[in-house]
Structure formats: structure tokens, C-alpha cells
Design a protein around this ligand. Structure first.
Ligand SMILES: [Zn+2]
Length: 441
């Protein structure tokens, strides 16, 4: 009996403490719910980047936020949430640890239905017809008709967000609308499904690529730190991998066959080919603004540029350096960092620079990138593995900018802030290398 009393007492003493802790956790996130959106802000002093996920019954999304002072704020778009529904917003570290969570209700929105005027005698069709799905910079525009159905469910889903709308037919059982996709990364797959309201029977399904706006070329500065220097940027991969077998290097008898596949974000699902292109175009503009001449091996996703062809582009342009952008992937999800590969033993590479100088240049580039990004992990290695490196008549660096198999690096590399840092690091590296090579003062 004594023991039970003690236990009860202990429980009673503990209760207010637990409740207090719980309240503190819940009030840590400030949320203002409005019609079709929720504004949130919170403090996470230790973090520079955070990962936020939210969901209501009809909308969900995720985003990576960056803050210099540990105060984070953002907007959860809830375009399809018309009713008072449960909304959950959770903030995580990039490593996946829960920082805080908020649960509350959404605000009901006004909305009418024109379907009362429809002719109810039309037999309901089992497919959506004349579907037009257009990809626009901020979302997906759709139109279709389903004879006899006064309402359908329209689900539009990308790897990052999903919205489900109860859509009401207009005249002639036509449906049209525009779904904003603010959290979807460029070039990711977006799938639209049209379902019956009663049984979720699938009337239509189609997948398209989210909008990708290639960055327009900046004007080349007349004078700058890199005036007179030519850099070839080689954004690794392209939308579709094509297997090719080519000689490994000018003085090697071995052939090299393309390894099929590319790295893909473990959280974002972003493919290496789009990541390298986005950063490549940013880097192009930064180099142009420093006065450099820039040649690109590709500027679009839908193309095929072979490994040998990439070296030829650099050689034909008489480039001083080649920066080959790639992202790494490893089974061990903990591995992160920037890795740079330089060639050696290829006759072209040996003519471009002796082994020691190549290594020194590789490490110089690595250190410039580490200083710009804050990523301290990484290394530089010389090998004979890469065709483009081996066939380049100038210093050629394969830059693995980070591991998409690592949560943190995948999520960081999805932000403009970090992509800019990577590009800025490469610019600083090229400035130092140009000095080492006597191209600039
Ligand atoms: Zn790659």
C-alpha cells in the first residue's frame, strides 16, 4: 500500500512537469491558419537548414528552409483544403530528427457547385476524355470532360507535394482548373489522376515533367578576375542514359562502357542529371560575370552527349579547364562530402600537367569549394577511370559535389543557397588555378 501511494504521488508530481514540457513543445511553432494556406514560424537555433513536412486530408508538401539566425518561416499551400480539417506541420533536422510538430485545424473556405444545372440523364462515362495537361512555370493546367459525372476527384502529385481536389463539372460535364505546385522541384514527375468520387475508380492517369526554366545566360563582363580564361562546364548525364563503348583514353588499349544509371536524391528523388544542369547553369553565369569565356557540353535535359564528345567540346573550344559536375551515391547513407577526380597516366593528362601539379590543382579546387560550402568532408583522387577526363587536353576535374544518398546533402543540394555556394566555390577554385597556371595575375 505504501508503495502504491508513493507511485501515485510520483505520478502526480510528474504530471504537471510532463504537461509543461508538452505545452512548451506545442507552442514552439507559431502558426497562422488562413483560407487555403497556413503560415508558420519557429526557432531552431542550432540549425542552418531545416526540412518541413505538412499534411491535411487533401494537401501535403515538404520544403527545405534556410536561415542565418535560426528563425525559420514558411507557407503551407492548401489549395484543395476547403473544410475544417486536421493539419499537421512537422519540422525536422536534415538528418531526419524531429525538431517540433504542430497539430491544428484548417479554416473552411467558401465554394459553390454548378453541377445542379447538369442533365442527370446522361450515362456516366468510365473515362475522362479530351484531357489536356499543360505544364506551366508555377503549376499544372488541366481540362477534360467526363459525360454524366457531376463531380470527380482530381489528384495531382509530385515527389514533394500532393493535392486532391473535389472538382465540380461545368457546362457539358467539362472540368478545368489550374493546380499550383510551388514545392515541386524542376523536372520532377507530376502525375494527375482523375477518380470517381463514390468508389475512387480511376478514370484517367498521366505523368508529365514539372517545369524546368533553364537559367538565361548572363552577360560576359568586359573585365573581371577571369578575363581571358576559358572554362568548359560539363553537367554530368542527361535525361536518358545511353550505353556507349569508347576507348578509355588516347594511349590506353582498354575500352570503357558507360555505367547505366545516375545518382538520385534519397529524400527528394531528384535525379543527378537535373542537379548538375541547374548548378552548371548557375556556374556558367558566375564565371561570365567574372569575365571568363564559358563553353557548355549541354544546356538541356533532352539530349545525348557522349563521354568522348564532352572532351572534344572542351578541346575544340581550347578551354583552359574542364569542370565536370556530378553527384555521388553510396550504399552507406552516412557518407558525405565533396570528391574530386583528376586523370593521370593518360597521355593528354600528362601533357596538360604533371601528376603532382594535377593533384595540387585538384586539392586547391576542393579547398575552395569546402571554404564556400562549409562542407569539411571530402578528398581529391587521381585515377584512369573517366573517359572525359582522360581525353581532355587541359586540366579536367570531375567534381562529385555531394552524396545524393545522404539525407543532409540531398536536401541541401536542393536549395538555391547551397547550389550557389557550390558554384561560388568552383569560381574561387578556378581563379586560384588560373593564377597557378599563369593565366591571370
Ligand atoms: Zn554522375
Amino acid at each position: 500500500m505504501k508503495r502504491l501511494v508513493c507511485l501515485l504521488l510520483g505520478l502526480l508530481l510528474c504530471l504537471p512537469l510532463c504537461a509543461g514540457a508538452e505545452t512548451a513543445k506545442k507552442t514552439a511553432m507559431d502558426v497562422e491558419v488562413r483560407e487555403h494556406e497556413a503560415l508558420f514560424s519557429f526557432e531552431a537555433a542550432e540549425q542552418e537548414f531545416v526540412y518541413v513536412k505538412f499534411s491535411s486530408k487533401y494537401d501535403s508538401g515538404e520544403m527545405v528552409l534556410v536561415s542565418q539566425d535560426g528563425v525559420f518561416s514558411g507557407v503551407c499551400p492548401l489549395p484543395c483544403t476547403f473544410d475544417e480539417l486536421t493539419l499537421t506541420i512537422t519540422a525536422y533536422t536534415l538528418g531526419g530528427k524531429t525538431l517540433m510538430r504542430w497539430d491544428g485545424k484548417t479554416v473552411p473556405a467558401e465554394g459553390g457547385s454548378p453541377c445542379d444545372t447538369l442533365d442527370k440523364t446522361v450515362r456516366a462515362a468510365a473515362t475522362a476524355r479530351d484531357v489536356v495537361m499543360t505544364v506551366e512555370p508555377t503549376g499544372i493546367r488541366y481540362s477534360f470532360y467526363v459525360p454524366g459525372r457531376a463531380k470527380v476527384l482530381v489528384c495531382i502529385k509530385s515527389p514533394q507535394e500532393s493535392h486532391t481536389l473535389l472538382a465540380y463539372a461545368g457546362e457539358g460535364y467539362t472540368y478545368e482548373g489550374f493546380q499550383e505546385m510551388p514545392l515541386t522541384y524542376a523536372d520532377d514527375n507530376v502525375t494527375m489522376t482523375v477518380l470517381t468520387v463514390e468508389s475512387s475508380y480511376e478514370l484517367y492517369r498521366e505523368t508529365v515533367h514539372a517545369y524546368f526554366a533553364p537559367l538565361e545566360a548572363a552577360a560576359q563582363a568586359e573585365t573581371g578576375r577571369l578575363s581571358g580564361v576559358t572554362v568548359c562546364i560539363d553537367p554530368g548525364h542527361q535525361r536518358k542514359t545511353q550505353v556507349e563503348t569508347v576507348p578509355l583514353g588516347p594511349n590506353f588499349t582498354k575500352q570503357s562502357t558507360t555505367t547505366v544509371g545516375m545518382a538520385q536524391g534519397v529524400v527528394t528523388g531528384r535525379r543527378e542529371a537535373i542537379v548538375t544542369l541547374e548548378i552548371g547553369l548557375m556556374l556558367r553565369n558566375m564565371l561570365l560575370e567574372e569575365g571568363a569565356n564559358v563553353v557548355m557540353t549541354r544546356e538541356v535535359q533532352d539530349t545525348f552527349v557522349g563521354s568522348l564528345e564532352r572532351a572534344e567540346i572542351a578541346n575544340d573550344a581550347g578551354a583552359d579547364f574542364v569542370l565536370r559536375l556530378h553527384c555521388n551515391s553510396r550504399d552507406d547513407a552516412h557518407v558525405q562530402g565533396i570528391v574530386i577526380y583528376c586523370p593521370y597516366q593518360s597521355s593528354y593528362a600528362m601533357e596538360a600537367a604533371p601528376e603532382d601539379e594535377y593533384r595540387e590543382m585538384g586539392f586547391t579546387l576542393l579547398h575552395a569549394m569546402q571554404a564556400a560550402t562549409g562542407q569539411t568532408k571530402g578528398t581529391c583522387t587521381l585515377n584512369n577511370t573517366y573517359v572525359t577526363n582522360n581525353w581532355s587536353k587541359m586540366p579536367s576535374f570531375l567534381v562529385e559535389m555531394g552524396y545524393l544518398s545522404n539525407r543532409e546533402e540531398d536536401l541541401k543540394i536542393a536549395t538555391d543557397v547551397y547550389k550557389n555556394r557550390l558554384a561560388q566555390g568552383m569560381v574561387e577554385g578556378i581563379v586560384e588555378l588560373s593564377r597557378m597556371r599563369g593565366l591571370i595575375e
